[in-house]
Design a protein around this ligand. Structure first.
Ligand SMILES: O=C(O)CCC(=O)C(=O)O
Ligand SMILES: [Fe+2]
Length: 302
């Protein structure tokens, strides 16, 4: 029988990384306090009550989804930048980029009678082959208790190591039960899983909703699944922690990706810098080489 390993909330990132390398998924138990969970539940309940179900064969018809989470409850701002989670992201993502970012925030409330979602990987949203390098990782935060009956995320531990095939494939519905498990966890816990792991939302066979919230992280040079630039106004951004401001995409990925008229977008939006000399953004590693080249040519010309 497949299982997902549970670790303490404050577990060191080296252990989290070890389990993710092996299984592709891991749960950190009860990271949030009961008071924080109560706050999140009441913040989200009101907003979910005000919206209709999704209408999509992938997203579901008895499921509600909400994005732009950082202004829906400020607790999400704290959850996105927890040290052992970011150290884990550093490990998986900084191998492939100079700075990573938040790909998506999405609260998912699976209602009674929702069927099991199709088995899938999340990373085919980035249509390129990247063996050995994760393009994204997800954190699924339990806002309600996640149970087998109410739709806890179905997981295929180890499937991140499978050869890449067409990701949406009905054959993955026939996996034997011993290969599957579910991200059963208490509210306030977080399930971390790699973008290459096969998983899906579970069927909800209860009379109540199963609410969770995904915060996902991706390589800094990819397009973000959620358009954070349109989601938050400059005023809203300025109230957020600096680390989160950068994670939302306000940085230049080296070399020279994402500046505004030669200005770092962080300085542009947060500090209001508009009239700067058009700057170049190159890795420290290549600076001596660029300097050497220029000095050599200038000497020749003199
Ligand atoms: O709600 C869940 O447990 C997972 C949802 C999911 O995997 C997705 O929508 O991509
Ligand atoms: Fe998914």
């Amino acid at each position: 029988m497949a299982t997902v390993q549970h670790l303490r909330a404050d577990e060191h990132s080296s252990k989290i990384i070890e389990v993710l390398n092996k299984d592709g998924c891991v749960v950190l138990d009860q990271v949030l306090s009961p008071q924080e969970i109560g706050q999140l539940q009441s913040d989200m309940q009101k907003q979910f009550d005000a919206i209709p179900d999704c209408q999509g064969d992938f997203y579901g018809y008895a499921t509600k989804r909400l994005g732009t989470l950082f202004t829906r409850s400020t607790l999400f701002q704290k959850m996105a930048i927890l040290p052992n989670i970011l150290e884990t992201m550093d490990h998986f993502l900084l191998k492939g980029c100079s700075e990573y970012q938040i790909n998506l925030t999405q609260a998912i409330s699976i209602g009674p009678k929702e069927i099991k979602q199709i088995m899938h990987q999340d990373d085919p949203m980035f249509p390129f082959l990247h063996p050995g390098q994760e393009a994204m990782l997800n954190c699924m935060w339990a806002i309600d208790d996640f149970t087998e009956e109410n739709g806890a995320t179905v997981l295929v531990p180890g499937s991140h190591l499978w050869p890449r095939m067409q990701a949406l494939n009905l054959n993955y519905e026939d996996l034997p039960p011993h290969m599957l498990t579910q991200g059963v966890m208490k509210k306030g816990s977080v399930l971390i899983y790699l973008g290459s792991l096969f998983h899906c939302g579970g069927a909800n066979r209860t009379q109540t909703r199963r609410t969770g919230a995904v915060i996902s992280y991706s390589l800094g040079w990819l397009r973000q699944a959620e358009n954070h630039y349109l989601a938050y106004s400059a005023e809203e951004l300025r109230t957020m922690p600096e680390r989160l401001q950068r994670l939302l995409g306000y940085f230049v990925h080296q070399p020279n990706l994402g500046s505004v008229n030669g200005i770092d977008p962080y300085n542009f939006i947060i500090n209001g810098e508009k009239d700067q000399i058009f700057a170049e953004f190159v890795p420290d590693m290549v600076k001596p080489l660029l300097k050497e080249y220029r000095e050599k040519i200038e000497k020749q010309a003199a």
